[in-house]
Design a protein around this ligand. Structure first.
Ligand code: G4P
Length: 531
């Protein structure tokens, strides 16, 4: 328990949402509370409204290569909060999934007008897979949104999680008067504006007191009393253990742009959100209070300035103490490495640090040693599991337009796929290179970066696949036969693992039925577990 004090102080989380629900706005309010920024408007939205690689590049450049805003650390009421940013664009969803492996909890923002949208659904699936504790913020209550009961029902049904309201709204849109805090039993009156001090808190000894009628009018007061009776009857007190187990999600209503309802949520978050948790590795569970250091790389960010090829690898510290200039074991490469300029991300500035503790994220300069999922330890050989590659959704063959640059192209493809921009497959028994991505925009980014950074010119040829499944079998002979028989649909991933590329769900189901001895996996995780 050497570093227990440091561990108890830390909360590492991400804000997730469908684009436009208000993630950037909420992030900014958190940073204002944490004193990390002084003015509104300082956080640039990372959403990309136009679908073009050049826009993406320009945004990345403006954001200072995303590094400063990829992780935002600030102190609030004695707690060190590490907020991990997730990309706003759906084409970069896989980056978000990986970031979710590095956090201990999430805050999910739902737009009260639009309700649950596609991307929210998928992100929540990843949270559920990992039993990540979730707090829900229902945003834009200053707009005419859905009925509050209907909205909660929709979120529960769509996201398959039980909700527990912590505050209750009084109307919405232009009639929005504020929220009743079910936990502290006070009324928070809404005033438009962006100053936290604008919130008008009225203490109520009981919800039946006349003061409530004086503040919000008789009609709304009686409706609120009815609602609260109903909600209290159903939900009672929040069971924090159920929240920590990812079974129940506390819900807050508010308006991020008006900084309304944000402080209540942040205060609750500080109180109940999990401290750094234990994590599974290939051999056993590793807990933060273990003396020896361990951590993993969940994100790699390239320097978009072609003159500087270096990259930043983001390391999540899982146990022990990370120290500058100390040798740690790079498990995959089986070599010891040390870092003379590790970064932290306090107050949006990159600062060289001497030490970091579980829950922290450290930026490491990388010249090509790291891949997503790599583990660093203070000696032992294990891998952190649960950092899977998911099947891509769009597949394209890489066509080399400039044979003189073949070497550069190969290097570029390897490095870009190490960063997790896309997945690279090589046709089984052949040379055809196939790139798999989640969205079209990623192909544009790859094409642009291969040319800018490696001088390699490529085109892409669409491939008729819809999913990649990693295949294994206890019976090697059967796997060999299947691979030979289906060679047109078989490829190897970058680590040499066999992948079946299915043309459609029908083909996939047929192969699964016809080949009961072959196991089809939807993530690459299976290979890590046995590593
Ligand atoms: P995102 O990161 O999830 O994509 O969303 P972001 O915070 O950028 O918010 C999306 C839009 O919603 C922004 O407007 C923002 O001002 C607005 N918004 C955020 N919170 C609230 C709220 O509580 N109430 C209302 N009415 N609007 C809110 P925009 O016009 O797209 O951008 P901007 O020009 O305001 O920057």
């Amino acid at each position: 328990m050497k570093y227990n004090h440091e561990i108890q102080k830390r909360r590492t989380f991400a804000i997730i949402s469908h684009p436009d629900a208000g993630k950037t706005t909420l992030t900014e309010k958190f940073l204002l509370f944490g004193g990390a920024i002084q003015t509104a408007g300082a956080v640039k939205s990372n959403k990309i409204k136009k679908f073009a690689a050049s826009d993406f590049m320009e945004i990345e450049r403006q954001r200072g290569i995303s590094v400063a805003t990829s992780v935002m650390s600030f102190e609030y009421n004695g707690i060190l909060v590490n907020l991990l940013d997730t990309p706003g664009h759906k084409d970069f969803a896989e980056d978000t999934y990986r970031t979710l492996t590095a956090v201990d909890s999430v805050i999910l923002v739902v737009d009260s007008v639009n309700g649950v949208e596609e991307q929210t659904r998928r992100l929540m699936e990843v949270c559920r897979m990992r039993d990540t504790p979730v707090i829900v913020f229902i945003n834009k209550m200053d707009r005419d949104g859905k009925n509050r009961f209907d909205l909660l029902e929709e979120i529960e049904a769509e996201l398959k999680i039980q909700l527990h309201p912590m505050t209750w709204p009084i109307n919405s849109g232009k009639d929005f008067k504020g929220v009743y805090n079910l936990h502290d039993k006070n009324l928070v009156l809404f005033t438009a504006g962006t100053k936290a001090a604008d919130e008008d808190v009225v203490e109520l000894t009981d919800i039946s007191v006349e003061l409530l009628d004086n503040k919000i009018g008789e009609k709304d007061a009686s409706l609120l009393r009815e609602d609260v009776e109903l909600v209290d009857g159903v939900h009672g007190e929040l069971n924090v253990t159920d929240y920590l187990a990812g079974k129940v999600a506390p819900v807050f209503f508010g308006s991020a742009i008006n900084n309304f309802g944000v402080k209540e949520m942040l205060d609750t978050f500080i109180r109940i959100a999990p401290i750094p948790r234990c994590r599974m590795t290939s051999v056993r569970e590793v807990c933060p209070d273990e003396e020896k250091f361990s951590g993993f790389i969940f994100k790699i960010h390239a320097n978009l300035d072609p003159k500087h090829r270096d990259r930043i690898a983001f390391l999540r510290v899982c146990s022990g103490k990370f120290e500058r200039n100390k040798y740690f074991h790079h498990v995959r490469l089986d070599k010891d490495v040390r870092f003379s300029n590790p970064y932290t991300f306090l107050a949006r500035d990159k600062d060289v640090i001497e030490a970091a503790y579980p829950g922290d994220v450290v930026g490491l300069f990388d010249t090509g040693n790291f891949k997503i999922g790599d583990t660093l330890t203070e000696g032992p050989n294990f891998y952190f599991t649960g950092i899977p590659s998911f099947s891509p959704e769009i597949f394209k063959e890489v066509v080399n337009k400039d044979p003189m640059k073949t070497k550069q192209l190969e290097k570029g493809l390897l490095q870009l796929t190490d960063e997790g921009v896309a997945q690279l497959f090589t046709q089984f028994g052949g040379n055809k290179k196939i790139i798999g991505c989640v969205g079209e925009l990623q192909f544009e980014v790859i094409q642009y970066r291969l040319l800018q950074e490696y001088g390699a010119s490529v085109e892409f040829r669409a491939q008729p696949y819809y999913k990649a499944c990693w295949i294994t079998s206890a019976d090697h002979k059967k796997l060999d036969e299947f691979t030979k028989f289906k060679s047109n649909n078989i490829a190897e991933d970058k680590d040499g693992h066999l992948v079946y590329l299915a043309q459609s769900e029908w083909f996939l189901n047929t192969e699964r039925t016809n080949n009961p001895d072959i196991e089809f996996h939807f993530t690459s995780e299976i290979h890590k577990e046995t590593a």
